[in-house]
Design a protein around this ligand. Structure first.
Ligand code: AMP
Ligand code: ZN
Length: 114
């Protein structure tokens, strides 16, 4: 996707603070962090949003979560806790239409959500 910001990051056309990469998933630090740890875990394949997931993507989506868990351990927030967020569509505030899992932690977060 030539007009997709995250595809450009994955292609190395836009710099990012990448913390993890494998054949299907890449993770980089959010440019505008809302907490001490704020990492985006992104499929290398362009998928616009959760609403466009296919059955064949199920393993990939699971992998986003296990990568996030591993990164949480590396960030030292596995005990203190963290939040995983996927925004889907306008009401959720999705602004980048390339699926991504936010890994957020490192301080006490507000609740309730929404
Ligand atoms: P969302 O609202 O779920 O679509 O979140 C998009 C996220 O992408 C926001 O938290 C932005 O701060 C983040 N973002 C936008 N541009 C960049 C960039 N160039 N590098 C890293 N994160 C970015
Ligand atoms: Zn993309």
């Amino acid at each position: 996707m030539t007009d997709c910001l995250f595809c450009k990051i994955l292609a190395g056309e836009i710099p990012s603070d990448t913390v993890y990469s494998d054949s299907t998933v890449t993770a980089f630090r959010d440019i505008n962090p809302v907490a001490p740890t704020h990492i985006l875990v992104v499929p290398n394949k362009h998928i616009r949003a959760v609403s466009e997931l296919e059955e064949e993507d199920e393993q990939l989506v699971g992998h986003l979560f296990t990568v996030a868990r591993t990164l949480a351990e590396e960030e030292g927030i596995e005990e203190s806790g963290y939040r995983l967020i996927i925004n889907n569509g306008p009401d959720a505030g999705q602004v980048v239409f390339h699926l991504h899992l936010h890994l957020i932690g490192g301080h006490k977060m507000q609740y309730p959500m929404g």
